[in-house]
Design a protein around this ligand. Structure first.
Ligand SMILES: Cc1cc2nc3c(=O)[nH]c(=O)nc-3n(C[C@H](O)[C@H](O)[C@H](O)COP(=O)(O)O)c2cc1C
Length: 399
C-alpha cells in the first residue's frame, strides 16, 4: 500500500514522494520571466522535500496572463530565466512542472494586493479579454469579451505547442494543461461561459474540442518520457454549469489523447454558486477516487490537504495518486519533512536532498537543540476524521 512518502512514476519520470507544490501565480514576474524571487520560492520548497513543484500558471500568449506581472512562455527570450528555476529544483531532488494556461475572460487585472480588479482594455496594464462567447464573467469583470474566431482558436493551439516546446527547453519535466478556475480552458468546458453554436460549443463533445485539440498539439511536441496532465474544473457549483459527470466523460476521452493524470479542481466559471465548500478537508478526495476507479486514470487534487494525517490517508486509501498543496506549501517550505516527523516516519530526513539530510541524520542532537519541534500527538490515520468544520479559509478566485 503506498503512503505519502512512496515514490511515484508516470511515463519516464519518478517523483521521490507524493507531495506536490500546487501551481500558484505570484504576480512578481517581469515580462513573463522568472527572477530571484522564483528561484528562492521553488528552490527552498525543493530543498524542503517536495517531490513535484509546479511553477505558476504560465501564459501561452501575453494576453493569457492575469496581470502584467504573471509568468509566461510565449517567447524564446523567457526560457533562460525559467531554466534557473528548473536547474535548482532538480539539484535539490525535485521535479519541475509547468502549467500551461490562458486566462481568457479573467485576464487584464490588477495584482491582488493592488485591488485585483479588471483593468479597462485601453488603460495602462490592460488588454481586451477573450473567451468562447461574448459574455463577461460578471462582478468586477464587466469589460466586453471578444468571441474567439476559429482561426484564433487554431492560433492558440499552436501557441500551446510553442509554449510546451519552450518549457522542454527550459528544463521542465512535467506538463499540465490548465483547464480550471474560470480561465480559457474552463470556460470552453462550461455551458455558462460557452454558448457557441459552432463545433466548439453546445454538446459536451463540442465543449471538449478546444481541449482535445490543445492536448494533441502539446503531446505532439513532448518527448514520450514526459507526463502530460490536466487540471480540470470538474464542477461549477451551479446547475447550469459543469457537472462532475461531464468531467468523468472528459477524463476518459482525454486519456485517449495522451493525458496521464487528472488534477481535479473547481470550474469557477461563475460567482453564482450553490454551495461554498472551501473549508472542507479533502474536498476532492471522493471524486478523485471515483474518477480513478471508473476512468482508469491516475488522479490528484489540492484543496485542504495540508494536515499530514489527511494527506497521508487519501494516498493510503488510494483515493488519489498525488497530493497538491497550495497555501500549505507557501506557509511551510519544509512541509514534507515536517509531515514525515508528525506522522512518525522512521527516517524523516530522507525527504531532503542527501547532502543536507546527511548532517541532520548524523550530527545527532536533541530536536530542541537544533530548533526542531518534537512531533506532537502523532495522529492515527484511521481515527482522524475529515472534519468539514475545520481547515482553511476560503481563498476566493486566486488562480
Ligand atoms: C496565491 C495563489 C495563487 C494561485 N495560482 C494558481 C495558478 O496559477 N494555477 C492554478 O491552477 N491554481 C492556482 N491557485 C490555486 C492553488 O493551486 C490550489 O489549487 C488552491 O490554493 C487550493 O489548494 P490549498 O487548499 O492547498 O491551498 C492559486 C492559489 C493561491 C493561494
Amino acid at each position: 500500500m503506498p503512503d505519502l512518502f512512496s515514490p511515484f512514476s508516470l511515463r519516464g519520470v519518478t517523483l521521490r514522494n507524493r507531495i506536490v507544490m500546487s501551481p500558484m501565480t505570484m504576480y512578481v514576474a517581469e515580462d513573463g520571466c522568472a527572477n530571484d524571487f522564483h528561484v528562492m520560492l521553488y528552490g527552498s520548497r525543493a530543498a524542503g522535500g517536495f517531490g513535484l513543484l509546479f511553477a505558476e500558471q504560465m501564459a501561452i500568449t501575453p494576453d493569457g496572463r492575469t496581470s502584467t506581472s504573471c509568468g509566461g512562455l510565449w517567447k524564446d527570450e523567457q526560457i533562460p530565466s525559467w531554466r534557473r528555476v528548473t536547474a535548482l529544483v532538480k539539484k535539490m531532488g525535485g521535479v519541475a512542472a509547468v502549467q500551461l494556461g490562458h486566462t481568457g475572460r479573467k485576464g487584464s487585472e490588477h495584482r491582488p494586493w493592488e485591488g485585483g480588479t479588471q483593468i479597462a482594455p485601453d488603460a495602462p496594464g490592460g488588454w481586451p479579454v477573450s473567451g468562447p462567447s461574448p459574455i463577461p464573467y460578471g462582478g468586477h469583470r464587466t469589460y466586453p469579451v471578444h468571441e474567439l474566431t476559429r482561426e484564433e482558436i487554431h492560433g492558440l493551439h499552436k501557441a500551446y505547442a510553442d509554449a510546451a516546446r519552450r518549457a522542454v527547453d527550459a528544463g521542465f519535466e512535467w506538463f499540465e494543461m490548465h483547464f480550471a478556475h474560470g480561465y480559457l480552458g474552463a470556460s470552453f468546458f462550461s455551458p455558462i461561459a460557452n454558448q457557441r453554436t459552432d463545433e466548439y460549443g453546445g454538446s459536451l463533445e463540442n465543449r471538449m474540442r478546444f481541449h482535445i485539440e490543445a492536448i494533441d498539439a502539446v503531446r505532439a511536441v513532448l518527448p514520450e518520457r514526459f507526463p502530460l496532465t490536466m487540471r480540470l474544473g470538474c464542477d461549477d457549483l451551479n446547475p447550469a454549469g459543469i457537472q462532475f459527470e461531464d468531467a468523468l466523460v472528459a477524463a476518459k476521452v482525454m486519456k485517449e489523447h495522451g493525458i496521464d493524470l487528472v488534477d481535479l479542481s473547481l470550474g469557477v466559471n461563475t460567482d453564482q454558486i450553490t454551495s461554498v465548500p472551501f473549508n472542507v478537508l479533502g474536498l476532492m478526495a471522493d471524486r478523485c477516487a471515483q474518477m480513478r476507479r471508473e476512468c482508469g486514470i491516475a488522479t490528484a487534487a489540492s484543496w485542504n490537504l495540508g494536515r499530514p494525517d489527511v494527506a497521508d490517508r487519501v494516498i493510503r486509501e488510494e483515493k488519489m495518486d498525488l497530493v497538491l498543496l497550495g497555501r500549505p506549501s507557501l506557509s511551510n517550505p519544509h512541509w514534507p519533512v515536517w509531515a514525515a516527523r508528525e506522522l512518525g516516519h522512521a527516517s524523516p530526513f530522507d525527504q531532503l536532498p542527501e547532502d543536507w539530510a546527511w548532517w541532520l541524520r548524523n550530527l545527532r542532537a536533541e530536536p530542541t537543540c537544533v530548533g526542531w519541534p518534537k512531533p506532537q500527538n502523532v495522529p492515527d490515520p484511521e481515527a482522524a476524521p475529515l472534519d468539514p468544520n475545520s481547515g482553511y479559509l476560503s481563498i476566493g478566485n486566486q488562480g
